[in-house]
Design a protein around this ligand. Structure first.
Ligand code: DAH
Length: 502
């Protein structure tokens, strides 16, 4: 699991009634859909944390703020609603196709991408107009377009293979930050990654001099498996740059002004998605790229839910990248679209987004934020427990990758990260059946949970027992097929993770 998190998921779990299965997590909030590894919210233990400086729930803080034209946000909100059918001007970018497999599964010693992950590239759920991920994305684009026509340029087609420099260094992620670990991030080679957040594009777009932009795309993280975590999900990044005349006219200092504008804009966005009366509150947070940093939470279905992370951009990022950046100020935010879609549309399992099942897809339509997912099947889960003595190299992320997306026994060389370096040539891979190449359990794996752990008093060896929950969204699974899958998992675990089965 990730040690800290990007935006998204842990809290969504509670929102949709999923427990954390007792898993310890170093990530304070996360993927939900992800919570963020960069993120260390003051309220990591929950919204009521006393270390949080969250304000009291406020339904009207936007009334104190206005977007730069000075029109009160509420007035703008009603205008926005009346124009919500107007589509935002979307950058006519080429659709990012999947790169050739050999460019992603390179055989480089640092490469830890699997075929399962590769198979997701180029799917672009955020570009399929009636897909719930795209419906939410478009609603957010429309909101920004309606409030500040033409100001935000949108980017939907930026390629997910990026340099480690732009993914980490350019947004000031510390060298020893956990998100840089190959246990957390997919490396193509030592200098190239599958972006783990859309913040990876901040610096390059600032260099182009855009005063406002929104970037949406697929992001990739090695993580644990449950109903709200998937190794690929979608994020949106937003950035807005201000000039001195704007904060001078408001009679505020630059940081104070940017913070006020940020909060007003994002509360307005939350109301657009979740309803005009939704309660919002701000929680102090930490991200390497912003200062001050915040999370926005909404009170929805009886719970406070984290919606996004944001803040006033660290000045060195502006200074280093934006034309004449030292005279400017900016805000930035990042959010996980799966998380929002699961909450808004009542979608109970993150795998559904990828299912391609008509019974799922036909329930959503472009422009419709009112849809509520109706479950079309409740096939029974099947649980399999597996206990083993762990080795020092063992990590839960490696186990999850093996269970869901391993390449097949014998193809990887174990290292202290578990699996780096493909030992087979591409031509050999083609002889393997799809099942083996694409992972053992694939999307049939609903959850992997540590249910027991103890250390032997004499030998000091630690034994873990994991429960794997198998369930199909589409059909009933037979005992025979689950037993066969589980046998392969056991083989893979002892062969590749170098642990001793009990
Ligand atoms: N990149 C962060 C993540 O993935 C999200 C984020 C937080 C983006 C704060 C931002 C920001 O631009 O200001 O968790």
């Amino acid at each position: 699991m990730r040690a800290t998190t990007f935006l998204g998921s842990r809290r969504v779990m509670s929102a949709i009634g999923q427990g954390m299965g007792g898993r310890p997590s170093a990530w304070s909030i996360q993927q939900a859909a992800p919570a963020s590894p960069f993120h260390a919210a003051a309220s990591s233990g929950g919204c009521s944390s006393s270390s949080s400086s969250s304000t009291a729930p406020s339904t009207s803080s936007s009334s104190s703020g206005s977007l730069p034209s000075g029109r009160p946000l509420r007035a703008r909100l009603s205008r926005r609603l009346s124009t919500s059918a107007r589509a935002a001007a979307v950058e006519a970018a080429p659709v990012p196709a999947a790169p050739p497999r050999s460019e992603v599964l390179t055989g480089d010693p640092a490469n830890n991408v699997t075929d399962y992950i590769y198979s997701k590239m180029g799917t672009n759920l955020h570009l399929q107009p009636d897909h719930p991920i795209c419906v939410i994305k478009q609603a957010i684009y429309n909101y920004f377009q309606a409030n500040q026509p033409g100001l935000f340029k949108t980017f939907d087609g930026l390629h997910p293979v990026v340099s480690a420099h732009s993914n980490f260094d350019e947004v000031l992620v510390p060298k020893d930050h956990v998100s840089r670990s190959p246990n957390d991030t997919y490396y193509v080679n030592a200098d190239t990654v599958l972006r783990c957040h859309t913040s990876a594009h901040q610096a390059e777009l600032l260099r182009l001099g855009h005063p406002g932009f929104l970037v949406t795309g697929d992001v990739y993280r090695r993580d644990s498996i449950d109903a709200t975590h998937y190794p690929v999900f979608h994020q949106m990044e937003g950035v807005r740059v201000f000039s001195p005349d704007e904060w001078t006219a408001a009679g505020l200092g630059p940081t104070e002004f940017a913070e006020r504008e940020l909060k007003a804009a994002l509360e307005g966005m939350a109301r657009t998605l979740f309803g005009a009366n939704i309660e919002c509150r701000w929680v102090d947070a930490y991200f390497p790229f912003t200062n001050p940093s915040f999370e926005l939470e909404i009170f929805f279905n009886g719970k406070w839910l984290e919606v996004l992370g944001c803040g006033v951009m660290e000045q060195v990022i502006l200074d280093a990248n934006y034309p004449d950046g030292s005279g400017k100020k900016a805000w930035a935010f990042g959010l996980g679209l799966e998380r929002l879609a699961m909450v808004l549309f009542d979608i109970p399992d993150i795998r559904l987004f990828w299912s391609g099942d008509e019974r799922f897809l036909r329930q959503f339509k472009a422009g419709d934020l009112k849809a509520k997912f109706k479950s079309y099947s409740k096939f029974p889960p099947c649980y399999k427990d597996m206990a083993f003595w762990v080795s020092p190299e063992f990590t839960e992320n490696n186990l999850c990758e093996l269970v869901r997306g391993e390449r097949g026994a014998g193809e990887w060389e174990g290292t202290h990260y578990g699996r780096v370096g493909a030992l087979v040539k591409e031509s050999d891979m083609l002889h393997l059946d799809d099942d083996v190449r694409m992972g053992i359990g694939g999307d049939l794996v609903e959850e992997v949970t540590l249910i027991d752990s103890f250390t032997h008093p004499k030998t000091q060896r630690t034994s873990n027992c994991f429960r794997i929950t198998y369930r199909s969204m589409e059909r009933s699974l037979t005992d025979d097929e689950i037993n066969a899958l589980q046998d392969r998992v056991r083989e893979g675990v002892s062969g590749e993770l170098k642990v001793e089965l009990r």
